[in-house]
Ligand binder design. Structure first.
Ligand SMILES: Cc1ncc(COP(=O)(O)O)c(C=O)c1O
Length: 307
């Protein structure tokens, strides 16, 4: 992807992206000691504004995850929210945008440690249309790698270092001719995708693995659970076994980048009739409506930034 952005939030101010550079000695770079967020802002051409989706929830998770690595952003939450709005205005992308706040160990000391050392926040923005083919659906394979456990690198933390497993799994899937990977937890139950949560449908019930399956507590997952309840779809958070993916009526992956992506094939086996299923379609439509500010009920999920 060609990156055309010109600015970033770096060391407390909006700077030209070329000036937003860290030392090769930075702890975050050497040891993966950082937590990050992925936030989408949707372009509203009629009102010439971007709608940042669930900004408060993303910032809440950012702060929480920082605590896991003993990090407190050096600027208050309202300042980071203001920096995001300012960055969007400066970049002035008239398209859907992906934002990447990173809270990282900026210390240059030798040796990994989480306490009593310096951290900083950086944020960049880049145009992002679809991350995967949400229209036609995607194919997935179950990864031979396992999702990290809370006893190793807390999966709730969106910790940079843990994305080694995501990268290994994604490459394994792509090299096998699939679009995405599904990871099993250390105990062998279904966990999630590389950058997405997983849902399946059996007998009309929308099922998703619980937090204890080593998942990231996805904001899109929470959104989908809310929308499903509003649509009168029965939901269940429970342990999912791999073989259930083979017999499910529908499977889908959800995430900020991924959005609501129907899965049409698992391990070379078709899901349903190998087209996006009816519940996935309904949820994708409802999701599209709320993210574009077309849903009366959830206006508070969209933070407008006028360009
Ligand atoms: C490992 C992982 N799981 C799930 C998700 C989905 O989370 P969210 O919906 O908050 O983007 C992401 C992406 O952020 C992720 O990286």
């Amino acid at each position: 992807m060609e990156i055309k952005n010109r600015y970033a939030y770096f060391e407390g101010r909006i700077a030209p992206i070329g000036d937003a550079k860290v030392s090769i000695m930075t702890s975050a770079l050497n040891y993966g000691l950082a937590v990050f967020e992925g936030i989408r802002a949707y372009w509203d051409p009629a009102q010439r504004r971007l709608l940042v989706f669930r900004l408060d929830d993303h910032l809440e998770r950012f702060w929480q995850n920082g605590r896991i690595l003993c990090m407190e952003p050096p600027a208050p939450r309202h300042a980071i929210a203001a920096a995001i709005a300012e960055l969007l205005r400066r970049e002035a992308f008239r398209s859907d945008v992906y934002l990447r706040p990173l809270l990282y160990k900026s210390t240059c000391e030798i040796g990994p440690r989480v306490h009593d050392n310096r951290c900083d926040v950086s944020i960049f923005a880049t145009p992002l249309d679809r991350y995967v083919n949400t229209e036609d659906g995607i194919t997935v394979v179950v990864s031979s790698w396992r999702r990290v456990s809370d006893a190793a690198i807390p999966p709730r933390g969106k910790i940079s270092g843990s994305y080694v497993t995501a990268a290994l799994s994604k490459s394994e899937a792509l090299l096998a001719g699939a679009d995405e990977a599904v990871l099993l937890s250390e105990s062998g139950t279904v966990s999630e995708g590389t950058v997405s949560n997983l849902f399946l449908v059996r007998d009309g019930v929308l099922i998703t693995p619980p937090i204890s399956a080593g998942i990231l507590e996805g904001i899109t997952r929470r959104t989908v659970l809310t929308l499903a309840a509003e649509l009168g779809i029965e939901v269940a958070e429970r342990t999912v076994l791999r073989s259930e993916l083979y017999v499910a009526d529908e499977v889908m992956l959800t995430g900020t980048a991924t959005e609501v992506a129907p899965v049409i094939e698992v391990d070379r086996r078709p899901v349903g009739d190998r087209t996006p299923g009816p519940i996935a379609r309904r949820l994708a439509k409802a999701f599209d409506n709320v993210t574009h500010g077309r849903s009366d009920g959830h206006a508070d999920w969209c933070t407008p930034v006028s360009l």
